[in-house]
Design a protein. Structure first.
Length: 93
């Protein structure tokens, strides 16, 4: 749970499962996009309501280069931003 707390500012952030009931929610948009992209399996293991994110860390104890927090189920960090952060972290001294 430490990672989820770090991404969400010290708390475990949980989403609302009622978003699955709304056929116009971003969740269903992402499900449709995944199916169209050929994704055939989903990870349905675990608690199910915890929202995650992404941290790109600088080497050693130099801190966080980039942080992305999932606000809705299925959010993902922009690939371009992640690649830039990884490059910057790799060059950090």
């Amino acid at each position: 749970m430490g990672f989820f707390k770090a991404v969400a500012g010290g708390k475990v952030k949980k989403g609302n499962l009622s978003t699955f009931l709304n056929p116009f929610s971003t969740v269903w948009k992402r499900v449709t996009e995944a199916k169209e992209a050929g994704v055939q399996t989903q990870n349905l293991n675990g608690e199910g309501k915890i929202l995650g994110g992404l941290l790109v860390m600088r080497p050693g104890s130099r801190g966080v280069e980039y942080q992305f927090q999932e606000r809705n189920f299925g959010d993902s960090a922009p690939v371009e931003d992640v690649l830039k952060a990884v490059e910057a972290a790799a060059l950090a001294k």
